[in-house]
Ligand binder design. Structure first.
Ligand SMILES: Nc1nc2c(ncn2[C@@H]2O[C@H](COP(=O)(O)OP(=O)(O)OP(=O)(O)O)[C@@H](O)[C@H]2O)c(=O)[nH]1
Ligand SMILES: [Mg+2]
Length: 330
């Protein structure tokens, strides 16, 4: 039996092996992705991002438990974890977490950071496709929200949770990185800590400053396909990010957060944005592949010396980058 067939049959060892091949972008991995692709497009992808230590992993574990209660199969992808996902300290409530780890309906994968930034998002997209094909209903993707790479990864998700916690400084780091733009739900974790009110006030202030009408077109990616701007009467309702307080370590507020996420899914489906987002995401994947392929073909033709010589001409101001392009194309 092929590896992808075994994955479709929910063989965990095969799944684990295939994920490694996909992460390494091996020939076998790509072939398996081709076979699996027709089986994708069913899972709900939830991105969980935020500054280090805000409690993302704890929250992800709680959400996994939440969805397991509804008998959904849950995959967890921890992208470039700053602390190992299976480490004891990460798991606030060890007893309950042990339930999660012995559970056949849960699969946890930690991914190390890949070379290029675009590569990280692409690799994550491929890993997520494997889980999707393998029949996981919910895929939780944890990233440390710091820069563009995390924003790109978050764009894969249907629903993005941005996690904040009181006492991390009132400047709210994640928002500096433009992460507010991609938040569907702002989660204030560690609501048991002092300073929650301040954090919530700061977040509300930021939200009011943002222009919610822009989200219809810009949400989750500048490449969102919009044929024509909708007429006023056809305009879609806008999702205004909700702010939710939770205490992930004690599982407080998780059910309510689950309801908010369900409302977001209903919103995406009703307004056609689920499909639009999927299209934008697959387009981004395809575009990235085309760019990668064409660029490597171009490099193969030019020889490393020829390429270096061209760059040197640009540096010496003998050619502008645009002239160099014309020269190379001809
Ligand atoms: N007081 C309090 N502490 C919490 C809560 N949730 C998580 N923590 C603690 O916060 C610390 C960080 O939690 P993690 O879940 O590892 O946070 P993280 O955002 O995944 O961290 P990185 O992946 O390293 O960025 C741990 O010591 C948790 O026990 C909470 O609701 N209240
Ligand atoms: Mg973590």
């Amino acid at each position: 039996m092929s590896l992808s067939q075994a994955v479709l049959n929910q063989d965990r060892l095969a799944l684990s092996r295939l994920l490694t091949r996909v992460e390494n972008d091996s020939e076998e991995g790509r072939a398996a992705l081709n076979e699996l692709f027709p089986h994708t497009g069913k899972a709900h992808l939830i991105g969980v991002t935020g500054a280090p230590g805000t409690g993302k992993s704890t929250l992800v574990n709680q959400l996994a438990l939440h969805y397991r209660k509804a008998e959904k199969r849950v995959a967890i992808v921890a992208v470039d974890p700053s602390s190992p996902f299976t480490g004891g300290a990460v798991l606030g409530d060890r007893v309950r977490m042990r339930d999660l780890y012995g559970d056949k309906g849960v699969f946890i994968r930690s991914m190390a950071s890949r070379g290029s930034l675009g590569g990280l998002a692409q690799t994550t997209a491929a890993v997520v496709q494997v889980f999707d094909a393998a029949g996981f209903d919910v895929i939780l993707i944890e990233t440390v929200g710091a820069g563009q790479a995390e924003v790109d990864v978050a764009r894969l998700a249907h629903t993005t949770l941005v996690v904040e916690a009181p006492g991390l400084g009132d400047d709210i780091q994640a928002i500096k990185a433009g992460i507010l733009e991609i938040a569907d739900v702002l989660v204030i974790n560690k609501a048991d800590r002092p300073g929650v009110e301040n954090t919530e006030r700061a977040l509300r202030g930021m939200l009011e400053l943002a222009h919610p009408t822009r989200r219809v077109f810009q949400h989750h990616g500048q490449r969102m396909v919009v044929d024509a701007p909708p007429k006023a009467e056809e305009q879609q309702p806008i999702w205004v990010p909700e702010i939710k307080r939770v205490t992930a370590k004690d599982g407080i507020g998780i059910a309510e957060l689950g309801e908010t996420i369900a409302r977001h899914v209903a919103f995406l489906r009703a307004g056609g944005e689920w499909a639009a987002r999927e299209r934008a995401q697959l387009q981004a994947t395809f575009d990235a592949l085309v760019q990668e392929k064409l660029f490597s073909q171009f490099l193969a033709k030019l020889s490393p010396e020829g390429y270096d010589a061209l760059i040197s001409k640009i540096v010496a101001r003998e050619r502008s980058p645009w002239e160099a392009l014309e020269e190379v194309i001809q």
